[in-house]
Ligand binder design. Structure first.
Ligand code: DAH
Length: 340
């Protein structure tokens, strides 16, 4: 039997392999192609196994030709594979891009900015004070004596109980710090975090925000306080809102008042947010107690002033109809993104 020259077989295989490699449409058919030609039982190895049929001299030439074919097929495989990857990469360019997710202002930030803007319109400056305070600024200077029962509502976390260093329970200590550095007349607001030893529920959080306000001059009286706060609330919530001042007690003001506004969720009809009263308490305020003025070295005969403090979350809850204070701190963009 006459043997077919291996040279011819090699050429036939090369031609066929090139055709098939070109038409392989996806990586699966390319891998099948690789198995068919370059696999362990593939055609190249089939050719190698025929070498034993040849004389030593022919074998050398045939071996070189088969190796050459093998190199070519491996080259083709590599190129096709790379070509497919490239196509996949460039095909991705036609997909719609991933739009960058743009953050949103936190409702506490939105409300803080709106509040400070309203007070700025009335000529108030903006101040701030430390979140870590001493017992003196948080309590003593504000006329809250060590054993006074009113201190219970301001129970807090102590950084050092021995040195009486604590996390401030309200922004009122900023009043004292401002007065120590400033001579009247002035009017100022300060916003910041406050801390209380409260258990978390839908209306309480151990960390929250307050805005403090203070105005001191000669001849400041309760009418100024009423005018400023009524203007603030109607500016913030609309002219139809009713504002109510009720007598209250704070050691650092005399007289003291609590301010409520008609509930803008039920419009005064009574709902769970206003505890069916039609009114929501929004802030505490009063005329600065003369003892506080004396504590900072002011002449309490000459100067009078008013102060107020309010919870920012509380105002955001009323403004946006938020049902649970915990939403503020969960960092969930589905919540945060709803307000700006
Ligand atoms: N600091 C008080 C609190 O957190 C709120 C407050 C009441 C602030 C009356 C004041 C004020 O400045 O005059 O409960």
């Amino acid at each position: 039997m006459e043997r077919k020259p291996i040279k011819d077989d090699i050429e036939i295989i090369l031609k066929r392999a090139v055709e098939e490699a070109v038409t392989a449409a996806d990586s699966e058919s390319l891998e099948n192609w690789k198995t068919k030609y370059l696999g362990r039982k593939g055609e190249i190895n089939g050719l190698f196994s025929r070498l034993s049929e040849f004389s030593a001299e022919e074998r050398k030439d045939a071996g070189a030709r088969i190796n050459d074919l093998k190199n070519k097929l491996e080259g083709i495989y590599g190129e096709r594979k790379e070509g497919m990857a490239e196509k996949r990469r460039s095909a991705n360019l036609s997909f719609p891009g991933k739009s960058p997710s743009i953050g949103a202002l936190h409702p506490v930030t939105i409300v803080t900015r709106e509040m400070t803007a309203i007070f700025a319109e009335m000529g108030f400056g903006i101040a701030s004070g430390p979140e870590i305070e001493t017992d003196y600024y948080n309590f003593e200077a504000l006329n809250i004596p060590a054993e006074h029962p009113s201190k219970d509502v301001w129970d807090t976390f102590y950084v050092s109980e021995k040195d009486k260093i604590l996390l401030r329970t309200h922004t009122s200590p900023v009043q004292v710090r401002i007065m120590e550095k400033t001579s009247p007349p002035f009017r100022v607001v300060a916003v910041g975090k406050c801390f209380r030893k409260d258990d978390v529920d839908s209306t309480h959080s151990p960390v929250f925000h307050q805005m403090e306000g203070l105005m001191v001059d000669e001849g400041i009286n309760f009418s100024h306080l009423k005018g400023v706060l009524t203007h603030f609330i109607t500016r913030m919530f609309g002219d139809s809102v009713k504002v109510k001042f009720t007598p209250s007690f704070f050691p650092f003001t005399e007289p003291s008042a609590e301010v409520s506004m008609s509930c803008n969720i039920c419009k005064g009809g009574g709902c769970s947010t206003c505890h069916k009263t039609g009114y929501i308490e929004v802030l505490g305020c009063g005329m600065v107690h003369p003892q506080v003025f004396r504590n900072v070295g002011y002449d309490a005969e000459k100067f009078t002033g008013f102060a107020f403090g309010m919870g920012i979350e509380r105002l955001a809850i009323i403004k946006f109809g938020i049902t649970d204070i915990r939403y503020f701190y969960q960092n969930d963009i589905r919540f945060i993104g709803q307000f700006s």
